[in-house]
Ligand binder design. Structure first.
Ligand code: IPM
Ligand code: MG
Length: 358
C-alpha cells in the first residue's frame, strides 16, 4: 500500500498529522511519502501543484489530503491559486466520483443548528460529480491584478457542460451505492432552466432503467436545498453535478453538527482515490490546536475501505471515533454544555488510544 500524504495549508498539517498517527497504530504494511501542495507548494516552488507532487499522487494507491487555500494567495492569478492544486489532482487522476456522506452521530444531535428530531439518525450520501460541469468549462475573463481587477474587460463567463459518458458513469456510481443502502436516489438538477441539466435528467433516467430495484426521483436544486433543511431524513443518496454538489454538500454537512466531522472520498474508475475532509483549510484557526481532526481521521477510514481493501481497519477507526464521542470529548466546533473540550492533538490521541484498545 502506497499512500501519498499531502497536508496542504492552514489546519491541513495539524489534522493530517492526527490521521497519520491513527494509521501508524493500525499495524498495517504501508509506505508513505509526503509532499507540499497548495499555497505551501506555491511558496516553496512557485506552483500549487508541482510536478513532483502530482507524480507522487499519480503513483500512489491513495492520497491522504488535508486542505488548501489561504487569503494571502487570493490576489494571485487563478492558475497559481492554491485551489488549483485540488482541481488539478481531481482532473489528472480522473477522480470523477466524490462521496460525501452526511451522518449525524447520535452524540452530536444537539450540535446541529436544526431541531434534534430533524437530524437524529440522519444518514445521507451525496454523490457529487467532480471532474466536469462549469468547474472545468472554458473560463473567459481574467483579473489582471487586485487593483486593476478585470481592467478594461466588458464581461467574463464560464461554460457549463456535461458529456453523456460523464453523466452515465456518475449515475451508475450513485445507483450502485444506493443498492448497498436504502435503494433511493434523488438526482438534483436545474432542468427547468439549463440545457445541460435537462440532458443530465434524461441521461440519469436512461441509466435508471438498469436499476429497477432502486427508486429514482428528480429535484430542482433550489427545492433540494430547501428540502435538505426541511426534512433531511427523507433523502438516501443524492446525485448531482459538480457545482450543485459543492453547495449542497456544505449544507448537508451542517445538518450533522459540524463540517469538522465529515469525511470524503474522490474515486476514479479503478477505485484509486483521494481522501480529504469535506471542510477547508480554515487559516483563521491554523496552528492553534483547535481544529477538529475527526473528518480527516474518518477520511482515512474511507481510504482503507475503498482503495486499500482493509474494511476491518476502517471499522476499527470508525468504532474508535464513536467511542471517543461517547466518552464526551469534543473539539470546539462540536462542544456543547456538559461535554469536555479538547484540542486537535488530544482528540487525535484519544482516537489512537481507542484504536489501540480495540
Ligand atoms: C470542495 C471545495 C473545492 C471545490 C474548492 C477548494 C476548489 O470547496 O472540495 O468542496 O469547490 O470543489
Ligand atoms: Mg466546497
Amino acid at each position: 500500500m502506497n499512500i501519498a500524504i499531502l497536508p496542504g495549508d492552514g489546519i491541513g498539517p495539524e489534522i493530517v498529522a492526527e490521521a497519520v498517527r491513527v494509521l501508524e497504530v493500525l499495524d498495517l504494511p504501508y509506505d508513505s511519502e509526503s509532499a507540499l501542495v497548495g499555497g505551501a507548494a506555491y511558496a516553496a516552488h512557485g506552483h500549487p501543484l508541482p510536478e513532483a507532487t502530482l507524480k507522487l499522487a499519480q503513483s500512489a494507491d491513495a492520497v491522504l489530503f488535508g486542505a488548501v487555500g489561504d487569503w494571502k494567495y487570493d490576489t494571485l492569478e487563478r492558475s497559481l491559486r492554491p485551489e488549483q492544486a485540488i482541481l488539478g489532482l481531481r482532473r489528472h487522476l480522473q477522480l470523477f466520483a466524490n462521496f460525501r456522506p452526511a451522518i449525524c452521530h447520535p452524540q452530536l444531535t444537539h450540535a446541529s443548528s436544526l431541531k434534534p428530531e430533524l437530524v437524529a439518525g440522519l444518514d445521507i450520501l451525496i454523490v457529487r460529480e467532480l471532474t466536469g460541469d462549469i468547474y472545468f468549462g472554458q473560463p473567459r475573463g481574467r483579473r489582471v491584478s487586485p487593483d486593476g481587477a478585470f481592467a478594461g474587460q466588458p464581461e467574463a463567463f464560464d461554460t457549463m457542460r456535461y458529456s453523456r459518458p460523464e453523466i452515465e458513469r456518475i449515475a451508475h456510481v450513485a445507483f450502485q451505492a444506493a443498492r448497498k443502502r436504502n435503494k433511493r436516489v434523488t438526482s438534483v438538477d436545474k432542468a427547468n432552466v439549463l440545457e445541460t441539466f435537462q440532458f443530465w435528467r434524461d441521461v440519469v433516467t436512461e441509466v435508471h432503467a438498469q436499476y429497477p430495484d432502486v427508486a429514482l426521483d428528480h429535484l430542482y436544486v433550489d427545492n433540494a436545498a430547501m428540502q435538505l433543511v426541511k426534512a433531511p431524513k427523507a433523502f438516501d443518496v443524492i446525485v448531482t453535478g459538480n457545482m450543485f454538489g459543492d453547495i449542497l454538500s456544505d449544507e448537508a454537512a451542517m445538518l450533522t453538527g459540524s463540517i469538522g466531522m465529515l469525511p470524503s472520498a474522490s474515486l476514479n474508475a479503478e477505485n484509486r482515490g483521494l481522501y480529504e475532509p469535506s471542510h477547508g483549510s480554515a487559516p483563521d484557526i491554523a496552528g492553534k490546536n483547535i481544529a477538529n481532526p475527526l473528518a480527516t481521521i474518518l477520511s482515512l477510514a474511507m481510504m482503507l475501505r475503498f482503495s486499500l481493501n482493509q474494511p476491518e481497519a476502517a471499522l476499527r477507526i470508525e468504532a474508535a471515533v464513536t467511542k471517543v464521542l461517547e466518552s464526551g470529548l469534543r473539539t470546539a466546533d462540536i462542544w456543547s454544555e456538559g461535554t469536555q473540550r479538547v484540542g486537535t492533538r488530544e482528540m487525535g490521541s484519544a482516537v489512537v488510544a481507542a484504536v489501540e484498545a480495540a
